[in-house]
Write a protein that binds this ligand. Structure first.
Ligand code: ADP
Ligand code: MG
Length: 478
């Protein structure tokens, strides 16, 4: 039996405002517990929330970037529930009238095709506090610093059909919010959290199956594994005659499985109603146009430009535009080299990203900046170093030994391009191998590789291979 998965994601992106969504308290991460929640965040009697305009503008940037409608009028509602990390008893969110409606995002699939994923809505809401289970033996600590931090909840249509598509979509949103500078995207710190709604149906069936919701996936790897597990689990249940129960589940990375958390409350259990303390949010068209005019170049446009301007393959263009920082770095390298866009792409993608990855560093922490890397690439281009030696130069630069020229000098990595010196080595090699010379001259020309190898060895790898080839061919033909 052929099965098809149906997946929709709800992504919570923490907006990078300095202060909370309805108060002036700081949103900085990592402060002492309970030092950054004020009376408004806690919903004390008599306080009045005031909407943070920066959060609204960030939501608008997102909406415009995904070709959505920015609602002229949206409404904040109270979502009522009890939980220890929500002492005021309700979360301020948007329900029936969200600020962003009906957008779309294009994802690229492994086979190179593209697929458009609908974004149903994105709404503004406040975050709750955090329960801390680890540090307090037998008890739970509550840290309310996060209470009132602005979130943008981004809800997709159930358009995704595999874990891979879901990951591609989540990564696309992640890239987008960072390009727009509305969210730092830090998944470990919880600034970007993904809930996955998953159901399965028999291929060709029209109606959706019953879904489960896997909460709080905080890495792309977990997202993929959790969805794959959940698809298999649901198929097994249905194939053995059972029925999937609609519920909220948690992913356990250690066991690689999802487990039920609590049965999903009906939406109307929350008793949503418009927050009487907040006026409807009205956004003037002129405000929308100003925000639109200030949007940066977006990932899709940048990727297309990298392909047309630099002649890069789609894969390279995708990798290099995954973040604005990396794209800027690459463009700075190409500008400093003054050309060779594909060679620059290779060095950024293979050597630089490889070294960063190995060292567990972010791009901004790289010991080699764009000008430094360009200096090295120029030395490959002008024949000063071979590609192999260049990798060693890179290591030296990475280790802080100086710029490309300094490392080439100090480590003696200059390629031997001096014709006189090369000819002398070639003469030695020819003199030392009379038998092979005889065979070569008798027509066994594939021995050329042997001679090249001998010359490279004799020059300790420093000879310019192209020149060695030429000189050898000439001398052996004599
Ligand atoms: P709720 O209000 O209960 O959160 P929504 O209708 O807003 O539910 O949907 C939440 C998410 O679940 C959306 O991303 C949506 O695409 C997805 N979704 C809805 N129905 C299904 C389904 N049958 N299978 C998979 N995902 C679904
Ligand atoms: Mg929801």
């Amino acid at each position: 039996m052929e099965w098809e998965a149906v997946i929709g994601l709800e992504i919570h992106a923490q907006l990078a405002t300095k202060s909370k969504i309805f108060s002036g308290a700081s949103t900085a991460y990592g402060a002492e517990p309970n030092t950054q929640a004020c009376a408004i965040d806690l919903g004390m009697p008599g306080v009045l929330p005031v909407l943070n305009e920066a959060a609204v503008e960030m939501a608008m940037r997102f909406g415009l970037a995904i070709d959505a409608t920015v609602a002229e009028r949206s409404v904040f509602a109270r979502k009522n529930y009890f939980y220890p990390d929500l002492p005021k008893g309700y979360q301020i969110s948007q329900y029936e009238l969200p600020v962003v409606l009906d957008g779309r995002v294009t994802i690229e699939l492994d086979d190179g095709t593209e697929k458009v994923i609908g974004v149903t809505r994105a709404h503004l809401e406040e975050d709750a506090g955090k329960s801390l289970h680890e540090d307090y033996h037998g008890m739970t600590g509550i840290d309310l610093n996060r209470a009132g931090t602005p979130l943008l909840e981004i809800v997709s249509e159930p358009d995704l059909r595999s874990a891979k598509e879901a990951v591609a979509y989540a990564k696309k949103i992640h890239t987008l919010v960072r390009y727009l500078e509305i969210c730092d995207g830090n998944m470990q710190e919880g600034s970007f959290r993904v809930d996955a709604n998953v159901s399965v149906r028999r291929r060709g069936e029209h109606a959706f199956g019953t879904r489960t919701e896997i909460k709080n996936l905080n890495s792309f790897r977990f997202l993929e594994r959790a969805i794959d597990f959940e698809i298999e689990r649901q198929i097994d249940i249905i194939e053995s005659g059972g029925a999937v129960v609609q519920e909220t589940r948690l992913f356990d990375p250690g066991r690689n499985e999802t487990r039920p958390m609590r049965t999903k409350e009906e939406a109307n259990d929350y008793r949503y109603f418009p927050d009487p303390d907040l006026l409807p949010l009205v956004i003037e068209p002129a405000f929308v146009e100003r925000v639109r005019a200030e949007l940066p170049e977006l990932p899709d446009a940048k990727r297309a430009r990298f392909m047309s301007d630099y002649g890069l393959p789609a894969y390279d263009a995708g990798v290099l535009t995954a973040s604005r920082e990396l794209a800027d770095y690459y463009e700075a390298v190409v500008a400093a080299v003054g050309g060779e866009p594909k060679l620059c792409a290779n060095w950024v993608m293979v050597e630089l990203l490889g070294a960063l990855n190995k060292a567990g560093l972010e791009l901004y922490q790289s010991p080699i900046g764009p000008a430094g890397l360009a200096g090295l690439i120029r030395r490959i281009q002008d024949g000063t170093v071979s590609t192999r030696a260049a990798k060693e130069v890179f290591e030296g630069m990475w280790a802080g030994e100086g710029d490309a020229d300094t490392v080439i000098e100090q480590r003696g990595l200059k390629q031997l391009s001096d014709t006189g010196a090369l000819e002398a080595i070639v003469d030695e090699v020819i003199a030392a191998n009379p038998k092979q010379v005889e065979q070569y001259r008798a027509g066994k020309t594939k021995l050329l590789g042997f001679f090249v190898g001998q010359v490279m060895k004799a020059s300790q790898g420093k000879a310019n291979p192209q020149q060695v080839n030429e000189i050898l061919r000439r001398k052996l033909a004599e």
